[in-house]
Design a protein around this ligand. Structure first.
Ligand SMILES: [Zn+2]
Ligand SMILES: [Zn+2]
Length: 236
């Protein structure tokens, strides 16, 4: 744990003593996201594309019929819209690292059956550029992945990637520009993988899939035998 993370943790503790938290969605005193709001959040409907997870009729979607993805599959629990958008915004940008607790639990429950079948060796997350980490104080994808591992109780978490190129605001770019912007944005951490590992890569949101695409390619190059992607939400 870095000094910045320790300070962010202490500061969070002081704030929660001064201002006891309430649920961001219903306002009830207690947790930042209460269980009853959590279970009522919308889920993705339909049968996902087996490769990219886009909801459809359960067969390969038009994109995946055209291009082979580096990852074996991508699963997301929810549509990136309305309340999920607000919630993930709070988690990422509004100093609510504690949302990793309920959201990690949500993801672990969503993935329970899948994880027992996919034979994952370790869980990792999409890294944040050092500059962004300094501003934000935490990497929400990493906290989410760690929380997932805590709830799951069997899978180890490991940092495997580093982000060497800061991202431009992705929402201003089209699909092609996003991929170009992310090219060589990630590097594997030295000795993070021995070779042959089946890795679960966690991110909070999948938008175009460009980020998880680049991270997966990087993990495979570093020796992973397969990469599976999991996210809370995906843009439709
Ligand atoms: Zn609530
Ligand atoms: Zn697909």
């Amino acid at each position: 744990m870095s000094l910045a993370e320790i300070i962010a943790g202490l500061w969070g503790g002081i704030l929660s003593l001064l201002f006891p938290s309430s649920c961001l969605l219903c306002g009830r005193a207690g947790e930042t996201l209460c269980r009853s709001c959590l279970v009522k959040l919308p889920r993705l409907e339909g049968m996902p594309c087996p490769d990219c997870g886009l909801p459809g009729d359960g067969t390969l979607c038009p994109h995946c019929r055209k291009d082979k993805l580096p990852y074996s599959s991508a699963l997301a629990a929810a549509p990136y819209a309305e309340r999920w958008r607000e919630l993930i915004h709070e988690f990422k940008y509004c100093n609510h690292p504690e949302l990793a607790g309920p959201l990690g639990c949500y993801l672990a429950e969503f993935l329970e059956a899948y994880l027992s079948e996919a034979k994952i060796d370790l869980v990792t997350s999409v890294p944040l550029h050092a500059e962004r980490l300094r501003e934000r104080g935490y990497n929400q994808a990493e906290l989410l992945a760690q929380s997932l591992c805590t709830v799951n109780g069997k899978l180890p978490y490991r940092r495997t990637l580093t982000r060497v190129k800061p991202s431009l605001p992705q929402h201003t770019l089209n699909r092609k520009e996003r991929h170009a912007n992310l090219r060589q944005a990630f590097n594997p951490l030295p000795a993070a993988l021995q070779g042959g590992e089946r890795v679960l890569l966690v991110d909070d949101v999948i938008t175009t899939g460009a980020t998880v695409h680049e991270c997966s390619a990087c993990l495979l190059k570093a020796g992973a035998s397969a990469v599976y992607v999991a996210a809370l939400a995906r843009k439709l």
